[in-house]
Design a protein around this ligand. Structure first.
Ligand SMILES: *Cc1c(COP(=O)(O)O)cnc(C)c1O
Length: 401
């Protein structure tokens, strides 16, 4: 490994985010390649038996097995940590592997957590179904109101878990207010930052302890691979997260790590352009549809808060039509925008959450979250926004809107 290794933070930590996204964490091999190498290897060989023993004992720097370490994966982890402004990062095979690990690694029977109501469907399964199965108490709150975290916190509360903006209702959580409440009580705040990414929002600057990602979304950004990540202090990652992940094995493959590394190079560009496009499309839809939930528009009840916490609005928003029939009709009339439940892609994609991403959430919980039958979620991509607007215009006309 040559200069600019991930470990040599004295060179890299002062770089600005756009520079980190392109160069952070790069560790060149003896060949001096400009683009990061893919190390497709499950194991590593040692010069002598003593070296193997020393590496296993943690007395010698080096890798032992790709469930635990891999050079390509480590480059991505270093890059994400540098962008996040975190001491350390560990990647996972998927966003859900990251969310599961970040919860299970620090909770045990008898603990209690407070979690945001509006959340990714599988995150709600973790809080509503998985954790209670192991005797972990969960209180679900409307995370838009920080007081609800304060009121729900108990002496046995170990963590607050929420996302902002939240999927798919675009609820915005006041990061500073909620993280302050957590800090004052010694509770760990865990923020799912998949929608904004560190390019637009760095929760740790507002006091968050841990951030967790689906890197499948904006970080890859081109709809190719699944990946996840968790960022925190060196102590948290090494002593709390790693014992769990090293032994349970939700490891990211080197190939997928490489794809996300390439995605990170254009993250800043993509998310800013997609935010601009999203604002143009949102402005067109406002007034044309009964309701729009777009953090970049002044009509969003938490627009000001969103703009304080985020550098731009991001590519994703939701809007409502009458009912499921009209929502499905609108989707079926689209010609450019794909019907797809992915987000963060460079292509514009639209889905009907009630019948797809949130179909697994019980109806009363879904309605309580604000996911009604007429809601549609749109990820605005990198196409010319005028083409997206014309496609939406045609589809709206087709259903009489
Ligand atoms: C997609 C998503 C996840 C899950 O990530 P996967 O990579 O699909 O496992 C978790 N949280 C949020 C907010 C997401 O959008």
């Amino acid at each position: 490994m040559k200069r600019r290794t991930g470990q040599d933070r004295s060179i890299t930590t002062h770089w600005r985010p756009a520079t980190q996204a392109v160069r952070g964490g790069t560790a060149r091999s003896e060949w001096g390649e400009t683009s990061e190498a893919i190390f497709l290897t499950s194991g590593y060989a040692y010069d002598c038996a003593g070296d193997a023993a020393a590496r296993f004992a943690g007395e010698q720097v080096g890798m032992t097995y790709s469930r635990l370490q891999n050079p390509t994966v480590q480059m991505l982890e270093e890059r994400i940590a540098l962008l996040e402004g975190a001491e350390a990062c560990r990647t996972m095979a998927t966003g859900m592997a990251a969310m599961t690990a970040v919860l299970l690694c620090q909770l045990q029977t008898g603990d209690h957590i407070v979690a945001g109501r509006a959340a990714f469907g599988s995150c709600r399964w973790l809080t509503d179904t998985l954790l209670p199965k192991f005797g972990i108490g969960v209180t679900i709150v409307d995370a838009r109101d920080p007081q609800q975290f304060e009121d729900a916190a108990r002496p046995d509360t170990k963590l607050f878990f929420f996302e902002t903006p939240a999927n798919p209702t675009m609820d915005v959580v006041d990061l500073k207010a909620v993280c302050d409440i957590a800090r004052a009580r010694g509770i760990t705040s865990v923020v799912d930052n998949a929608f904004a990414t560190p390019a637009l929002q760095r929760p740790m600057e507002f006091g968050a302890d841990v951030t967790a990602y689906s890197a499948t979304k904006m970080m890859d950004g081109q709809g190719r691979v699944l990946a996840g990540a968790v960022c925190g202090t060196e102590d948290f990652i090494t002593n709390t997260l790693l014992p769990f992940t090293r032994n349970t094995g939700p490891t990211l493959s080197a190939f997928n790590a490489w794809v996300v590394l390439k995605g990170m190079e254009t993250l800043d560009l993509r998310i800013r352009r997609q935010s601009e496009n999203s604002l143009k499309v949102g402005t067109f839809l406002e007034g044309r549809v009964p309701r729009i939930l777009h953090p970049g528009l002044a009509s969003h009840p938490q627009h000001n808060l969103a703009m304080v916490q985020m550098d731009a609005c991001g590519p994703i928003f939701a809007f409502e039509v009458e009912d499921r029939k009209q929502a499905h009709g609108l989707l079926d009339a689209l010609q450019l925008v794909d019907i797809s439940n992915n987000i963060g892609d460079s292509r514009s994609l639209m889905t009907h959450p009630a019948s797809t991403t949130h179909a697994g959430v019980a109806e009363e919980k879904r309605l309580e979250m604000g996911v009604n039958e007429g809601m549609l979620r749109l990820n605005v991509g990198l196409e010319d926004p005028q083409d997206v607007i014309e496609d939406l215009d045609g589809a709206l006309r087709a259903v009489g809107l």
